[in-house]
Design a protein around this ligand. Structure first.
Ligand code: PEP
Ligand code: MG
Length: 578
């Protein structure tokens, strides 16, 4: 039987590449038996409930006991949250009360109690402990699985496996990581859930948010997880397995290597130094970026601090976090991007109506200008973190001058307030805008009068130039950055930038693929920002490439009409160079 390779796009949870056979655990709410009980059964159901809680707590204690000091420090607290939720007396009493008053079995009572707590979280009232709604869901599922006797033992696995499941608690993830599980894909679970943080601490490649994946993949099917790009490949072709295996090897070799600070890294074969910056999505990535020798942070996405939270982070909380990162990187520069939410990514604490067309809706700067207090608080926090002089501000999704001038007024207002409050900041802090909406290409010279630098966001720029939804996997190929139109647009931008004489950084994912990097270098771009995990791959590539040859190649490519042809030429070039 022939199997077809299929690629699924999910949410990037933890970087790295995993290749292996699937082991599928499916436990949907349909599997849970819910029923009405007779008064005689109340005692039995309460007893089942308490025994399940006790079992999980004992197992969690056992896992904590197995941890080495490093794991204890990084992962231990997440397991403690699980324990605290399950041993919370209010929760235990609630479930017992529901069993006896509603006369339902304990599975039904558990679901009801969790429903109440997750409503509490969403209604912005006092959060249950430190939980986030995604964590509550995974703990609810764990409890229901234990009650149904469906907890899986995979200790007999004898080869490396990729776990495909609906959801997972931090404790389960830790347990499976000690077995032969080397990669994870889940149907639910946000980027900032405790489980996701633990996956990153354990360096297990992971993606989430792939709907119905437990119904599509079967145990023992071949699977690749590309955690760098949030991709799962089901039944990969031999070529895909080969490509990903070599990516995996070079990533492991280079990221294990100690960085020699005196060595000139990121230098091409013909001696040109390229500046490499890191895109940071989570604070945990900062250390990795530093250890891999990044020249600074080209893009600090701040969404992490806002999404999946019961309330907006305070100025002090944001300041402390930005300041810690700026201190770690000092004197290297740290570019902090203001909140890029809206559309589908609305923080839970903001009530906003659903938009018909979220990608073109109230996003990023449009959202911030409509939520001025939130914006002013963030700008103040960024300004305060700039006191050493190594922080820059980056504004996303600017489409016209009015938005920019309004933003500049708010930055000035924040500076005036901080001066009155006697708080230190860099008065000459540099301001940049993302170049990701086509209108900016045509007004670049006007915008340049107000800003110090530009940051090219190819993820959104491709989406708007080609009219393809960047998240739609069916249109994956149409969102490629090596189509003739995109290459010509990138050339026009670079030529304009040279005349303006202001720096431009490329921070979209385009700066993470070998073919795309060749095009960018050939066009003249010299400041690239990428996920830290891609830095070793870039280092591997740049050592083999002659920039002058890439420049001649791009002079040829720019005249070509077919993307297929362009891809072939790029592939041949990279084969010859390596
Ligand atoms: C981009 O659009 O290219 C970009 C870097 O920003 P984000 O992916 O966060 O939209
Ligand atoms: Mg963008």
């Amino acid at each position: 039987m022939t199997t077809h390779s299929k690629t699924f796009r999910g949410i990037k949870i933890s970087a790295g590449i995993a290749i292996g056979k699937a082991v599928v655990f499916s436990h949907t709410s349909r599997d849970i038996t819910r029923r009405i009980i007779s008064p005689d059964e109340i005692y039995i159901e309460k007893d089942r409930f308490i025994s399940a809680i006790k079992l999980i707590i004992d197992q969690t204690d056992y896992l904590i006991g197995q941890m080495n000091p490093k794991e204890l420090k990084k992962i231990g607290p997440h397991l403690h949250v699980q324990k605290m939720i399950l041993s919370d007396l209010r929760f235990i009493e609630d479930v017992k009360r529901i069993i006896s008053t509603d006369l339902v079995n304990c599975e039904t009572a558990v679901s009801k109690a969790f429903e109440k707590y997750s409503k509490l979280l969403h209604s912005k009232e006092k959060a249950l402990l430190n939980a986030k709604s995604t964590d509550l869901k995974s703990i609810e599922f764990l409890l229901l699985r234990v009650l149904s006797g469906k907890i899986k033992d995979i200790s007999l696995l004898n080869e490396e496996h990729i776990l495909i499941t609906n959801d997972l608690t931090p404790a389960e993830l830790y347990y499976y990581s000690k077995q032969k599980v080397v990669g994870i894909a889940t149907e639910t679970g946000g980027r900032n859930s405790h489980t996701s943080i633990v996956a990153r601490s354990l360096n297990i490649p992971a993606v989430s948010g792939i709907q119905n994946i437990t119904q599509i993949i079967n145990t023992m099917d071949n699977v690749i997880i590309d955690g760098h790009n949030g991709i799962l490949i089901h039944n990969p072709s031999n070529k895909q397995i080969q490509d990903y295996s070599s990516k995996k090897v070079s990533f492991c070799l280079l990221s294990d290597k100690k960085v020699d600070k005196t060595e000139h890294m990121f230098v091409s074969k013909d001696g040109q130094r390229i500046n490499i910056y890191a895109n940071i999505d989570f604070p945990e990535e900062v250390e990795t970026a530093l250890s891999l020798g990044a020249d600074g942070i080209g893009l600090l996405r701040t969404e992490f601090y806002f999404i999946e939270r019961p309330r907006a982070p305070s100025e002090e909380e944001q300041f402390k976090s930005y300041d810690t990162i700026a201190a770690k990187f000092y004197p290297k520069e740290v570019t902090i991007r203001t909140l890029d939410v809206g559309g589908e990514k609305i923080p839970g604490f903001i009530s906003q109506h659903k938009e018909e067309n979220p990608a073109l809706g109230i996003r990023a700067i449009r959202f911030c200008l409509r939520n001025k207090n939130l914006f002013l608080t963030q700008i103040k926090a960024i300004l305060r973190a700039s006191h050493r002089g190594n922080v820059k501000i980056l504004i996303p999704m600017i489409s016209k001058i009015d938005e920019l001038t309004e933003t500049i007024n708010i930055i000035q207002e924040a500076k005036d307030i901080l001066t009155k409050e006697n708080k230190k900041f860099d008065p000459n802090i540099k301001l940049g805008i993302m170049l990701e909406i086509p209108s900016v290409i045509f007004t670049l010279e006007d915008m340049a009068e107000y800003v110090d630098f530009f940051s090219l966001g190819t993820n959104d720029l491709v989406q708007f130039i080609m009219a393809v939804d960047r998240g739609n996997i069916e249109l994956f190929d149409s969102a490629s950055s090596t189509n003739p139109a995109m290459i010509r647009v990138l050339k026009i931008i670079f030529e304009k930038i040279q005349k303006i004489n202001k720096p431009i950084y490329v921070c979209g994912e385009m700066a993470a693929e070998d073919e795309n990097i060749t095009v960018l270098l050939g066009l003249g771009y010299r400041n690239l920002s990428m996920s830290p995990v891609n830095i070793p791959l870039f280092e591997n590539l740049i050592r083999k490439i002659h920039i002058h040859k890439a420049e001649s190649l791009v002079n040829e490519i720019i005249k070509m009409k077919s993307e297929k042809e362009i891809k072939m030429i790029l592939e041949r070039f990279l084969n010859e160079e390596s």
